[in-house]
Design a binder for this molecule. Structure first.
Ligand code: NAD
Length: 380
């Protein structure tokens, strides 16, 4: 029997993306798998059912969940959805292990094998599977467009018969994947861009995109190429320099995050109060608690004439491309395990070994297991 790979019409409100796009469905069926989709799965991402070839359709999510050997998902499955899975099922997708404890527990208790896209190691070989990066790049791009949309100024310098218009000043805080894309987008729009990150390795990357690096004298490289949390003294030093750059900016795009921790607070209320009326803060980290003290998730807070925007699910605003990229990430992850229509996971492969969240009744990701008070076992 060929492996059945299922995907749902995402049930989370505001989720417009789909985990399987027609191109990827075609590649999965070519590899010998049976692809089973809930009707309308791709519609909100502009992939109508008619765009999918050689797939089978289910009229309900229950029917997909009960039949699938592998479920590919964008958002974590709910506890109710998990209860419908086969005990031998494999789930691959974003799992939000830090936040979705009940769901992780349900996966563990049902003995489901789940792989979290967030946990895929960031090694060269796994770049094609790196969904954090593909989706972060979209968020960085879209955040600048939102800033441009809310500003009552041009981004570029314009020389017109009515005089010269000065370019907008954009400050990007956090120069990881989202931040670098934000810088590139703001530069393409003609803004003068400054950027800041606690990882000194970003300095050259920022400069190569034509932006100025703001040096606060604080360097905080953590494990695995990520940032670590700052000490109170480092935070104070950072803000001393940053606050004046925030005050000078027309638009601030914040993207700073530290894995497994709430987003660092970098833009204070006082800093916003120093900004010119009409300025904009777009806080990409809103869903992780926000980099700005005034951010409210899903809202635009207007404070003394400054708009602080806390967008939700930015990749979902570009659902077509976001789904294409995400579905390819999933395909690249799954491909090595698909052998003539059968699923065979090589547990010696570090990509599978490090991204597994639950397997055979155990939580395999140490920080998640600790947070849930569970013991961690070796992979069986
Ligand atoms: P992220 O989303 O965890 O964080 C975004 C940025 O915020 C990071 O650059 C981080 O340094 C920065 N940051 C954290 N605290 C800050 C603070 N207090 N002030 C200012 N900035 C702060 O990071 P990410 O974008 O997912 O990428 C992080 C790292 O992973 C980078 O080194 C990136 O190059 C690397 N990476 C490697 C691969 C790969 O090799 N396959 C793929 C993607 C990313």
């Amino acid at each position: 029997m060929p492996v059945t790979i299922g995907a749902l019409r995402e049930s989370t409100p505001l989720e417009t993306r789909v985990s399987v796009v027609p191109e990827v469905a075609g590649k999965l069926t070519q590899s010998g798998a049976r692809v089973l989709l809930e009707r309308g799965a791709g519609v909100r991402a502009q992939f109508p059912d008619s765009a999918y070839k050689n797939v089978e359709w289910a009229d309900s999510p229950t029917s997909v969940l009960e039949q699938a050997d592998v479920v590919l998902t964008v958002q974590p499955l709910t506890v109710d959805q998990i209860s419908l899975l086969k005990a031998s099922a494999v789930v691959v997708g974003f799992m939000q292990p830090h936040a979705r404890r009940a769901e992780v527990k349900a996966l563990q208790e049902r003995g489901i094998t789940s792989f979290a896209m967030e946990l895929i190691p960031r090694i060269s070989r796994a770049q094609s599977m790196d969904a954090l990066s593909s989706q972060a790049a979209i968020a960085g791009y879209k955040a600048v467009l939102i800033a441009a949309d809310h500003l009552q100024k041009f981004m570029p310098m314009l020389t017109t018969a009515a005089g010269t218009i000065r370019p907008s000043q954009v400050l990007v805080i956090g120069a990881g994947v989202a931040g670098l894309q934000a810088i590139a987008t703001a530069r393409r729009l003609g803004a003068v861009v400054e950027a800041y990150d606690v990882r000194s390795a970003t300095k050259e990357q920022v400069k190569s995109l034509g932006a100025k690096f703001v040096d606060t004298g604080v360097s905080a490289e953590g494990a695995g190429g990520y940032a670590r949390e700052l000490t109170d003294e480092e935070k104070r030093k950072q803000l001393e320099v940053l606050d004046s750059r925030i005050a000078a900016a027309d638009a601030v795009v914040t993207t700073a995050s530290v894995p497994g921790r709430p987003a660092p607070k970098i833009v204070s209320r006082a800093a916003v109060e120093r900004m010119r009326p009409g300025s904009v803060v777009v806080d990409i980290a809103a869903e992780q608690g926000g980099n700005c003290e005034l951010t409210r998730v899903g809202e635009i807070v207007e404070h003394q004439g400054v708009k602080v925007i806390g967008p939700v699910n930015l990749p979902g605003d570009l659902a077509y491309n976001a789904s294409e990229m995400y579905a390819r990430n999933l395909l690249n992850f799954l491909k090595p395990a698909l052998d003539k229509g059968e699923l065979k996971i090589d547990w010696d492969d570090e990509v599978f070994a490090k991204s597994v969240l639950t397997h055979a009744g155990q939580i395999k990701h140490e920080p998640t297991a600790k947070a849930l008070g569970a013991t961690i076992g070796g992979i069986t």
